[in-house]
Design a protein around this ligand. Structure first.
Ligand code: ZN
Ligand code: ZN
Length: 138
């Protein structure tokens, strides 16, 4: 929560109860939820909040780099509260995304032809996997 307050001050974002609730709900959810899933959680604390507000709040957080987004084919945008350098394991069957840490990946070298043309903001390695649960189902 401290991190959130520092970030809001840095970007001159007003700390409203709704923004705080959205952030809190996202931090408590490690599954990289969609806006709709965040909304379902926020609603428990703020019954009056609308999906639209949650959506807009999440978008502004991600624009300021307070949170990260993950694009998932077919499932829309998912939000990632983990601001530490980390990588993803994505299950092809259930679509679940989990975090993993690997220092060697953090320091992956960006090819010079990419660096010449683009400003690299973030490096994330995504491993496409079949998770334990789905493996069991066969
Ligand atoms: Zn799975
Ligand atoms: Zn993540």
């Amino acid at each position: 929560m401290e991190n959130f307050i520092t970030q809001c001050k840095k970007y001159n974002l007003r700390i409203t109860p709704q923004r705080t609730a959205v952030y809190k709900a996202l931090m408590e959810d490690k599954t990289h939820p969609t806006a709709d899933a965040v909304y379902q959680n926020v609603k428990k604390d703020c019954p009056n909040i609308s999906l639209d507000t949650v959506n807009r709040t999440l978008i502004s957080f991600s624009e300021f780099g307070i949170i990260d987004t993950v694009m998932c084919s077919g499932q829309g945008k998912k939000y990632d509260p983990n601001s530490k350098p980390h990588h993803h394991l994505k299950c092809v069957k259930c679509g679940k995304i989990s975090d993993f840490y690997h220092q060697k990946y953090d320091s992956l070298k960006v090819p010079s032809e990419v660096e010449e043309e683009f400003t690299v903001l973030n490096k994330k390695v995504v491993l496409t996997v079949v998770c334990k649960k789905c493996n069991k189902k066969g």
